[in-house]
Ligand binder design. Structure first.
Ligand SMILES: [Zn+2]
Length: 407
């Protein structure tokens, strides 16, 4: 694969944030420089004829643990590369490596690798991989009652000394998740905000009032809507009435809060995907894969998180499940599958679906000036999709990095 100083597409259906535009697009030096409607593209210039296929911005995944046998929590550069290359083949050109509840040193090693990968893009000539925007510090501060498939033994509450050591990597952390009902959650939130880290609520059984408090601390995003969170029915209450809202109701209620759905078709039934899209809209709802190491691997047993201290799970029926098969244990599908699933479930216009997989997550991560849409000046990250929304090819910084027709 060679680097092209200029890249041109003709006969494309451009997936703009607001509409589909049959037309052309031009890049120079890894950036989008022009686009237009129709075929007014200069005929003498060489262009890739997309023959009416969709040209969409590269996908952005805010919540992803692994793929192709590796997990970011394996904390080796090889494991990082394996996961990043696997997701690139599914159209994801940028992502946030996401940690799990684990021992202190394991999380520090994970953060150290995020820093290393963030600051050193793939060397020219090496196999390309999804761009690391920075870490999603996910755990260890989750509510025990809402831990989901995270290892119970490593759950804890924020201690000043540990938080300080984790935040030595603040430059490499984009977003951090907290359960606001934990003791000293406010101190963790304040420390993150002081370092400019974005704050999420997740794996929490907080009350609606505690969510109002969390908004005050600066929380602006909620992890995997409907999963591992309190709601009217699940909230433990000191009295039987009135019913009260939890994290779910607060997320749907507050326009200040963005959120995300694991749109693999297994975590959430179509009506829940439709509900999320209707209430939050494409501007405030991101698609995530929450993929673990079993993505692109055969059915069987795997470790969620690090081999040493992770939680055993199984891949079956297109999803991660606990070993007894009774609980969900994260996703095993790529972002292209999420795009198709969301499109089929909601029947929303394609620009809205693609926005949930590109511009909206880019904005949530603070990267929308650089990536997330086919706008002049942005990085030339693309995924070419056929009429069934299957990935045909992927470009990153105007370099072809994957094609299904490649030998
Ligand atoms: Zn989770």
């Amino acid at each position: 694969m060679t680097c092209c100083s200029s890249l041109r597409f003709a006969q494309a259906i451009l997936v703009r944030p607001d509409r589909l535009v049959p037309g052309w697009l031009h890049c120079e030096n890894g950036r989008i420089t022009a686009w237009g409607e129709g075929d007014s593209f200069p005929k003498d210039q060489e262009a890739i004829d997309l023959q009416g296929q969709f040209l969409a911005p590269g996908f952005v995944d805010l919540h992803v643990h692994g793929g192709d046998g590796a997990d970011f929590m394996d904390t080796t550069a090889d494991a990082f590369r394996t996961v990043l290359q696997a997701h690139l083949r599914h159209g994801t050109t940028s992502l946030l490596p996401t940690s799990i509840v684990a021992r202190h040193e394991q999380i520090r090693e994970f953060l150290s690798l995020c820093r290393q990968f963030r600051s050193s893009p793939t060397p020219r000539g090496a196999e390309r991989e999804a761009r690391v925007l920075g870490a999603h510090l996910y755990g260890p501060y989750f509510a025990p009652s809402a831990r989901g498939c995270h290892p119970a033994g490593a759950l804890r509450i924020p201690e000043a000394a540990e938080v300080e050591q984790l935040l030595q990597f603040a430059d490499a952390i984009v977003t951090a998740t907290i359960a606001p009902e934990l003791p000293r959650a406010n101190l963790f939130a304040a420390a993150c905000r002081a370092h400019g880290i974005r704050l999420n609520v997740g794996h929490s059984h907080a009350t609606f009032e505690q969510m109002v408090q969390a908004l005050d601390w600066g929380v602006r995003h909620v992890d995997h809507l409907f999963c591992a969170m309190s709601d009217r029915a699940r909230l433990r209450q000191s009295q039987n009435y009135p019913m009260r809202g939890g994290v779910l109701e607060a997320t749907l209620f507050f326009d200040e809060l963005t959120t995300e759905v694991i749109a693999d078709g297994k975590h959430l039934a179509p009506e829940l995907l439709r509900l999320a899209a209707k209430v939050k809209g494409a501007h405030r709802l991101a698609l995530v894969t929450d993929a673990n190491r079993a993505m692109d691997m055969p059915d069987g047993e795997y470790m969620f998180g690090p081999q040493d201290g992770g939680e055993p799970m199984q891949k079956r029926d297109g999803v991660g499940l606990t070993l007894d098969g009774t609980g969900l244990a994260s996703g095993v599908m790529g972002m292209d599958h999420a795009v198709r699933t969301m499109h089929q479930a909601t029947r929303l216009p394609l620009p809205d679906i693609i926005r949930m997989a590109s511009l909206t997550p880019a904005r949530i991560a603070g990267w929308d000036d650089e990536i997330g849409s086919l706008d002049v000046g942005k990085r030339a990250d693309f995924v070419v999709l056929d009429s069934h929304l299957r990935v045909q090819s992927v470009y990153q910084d105007a370099v072809p990095v994957f094609s299904i027709s490649a030998p």
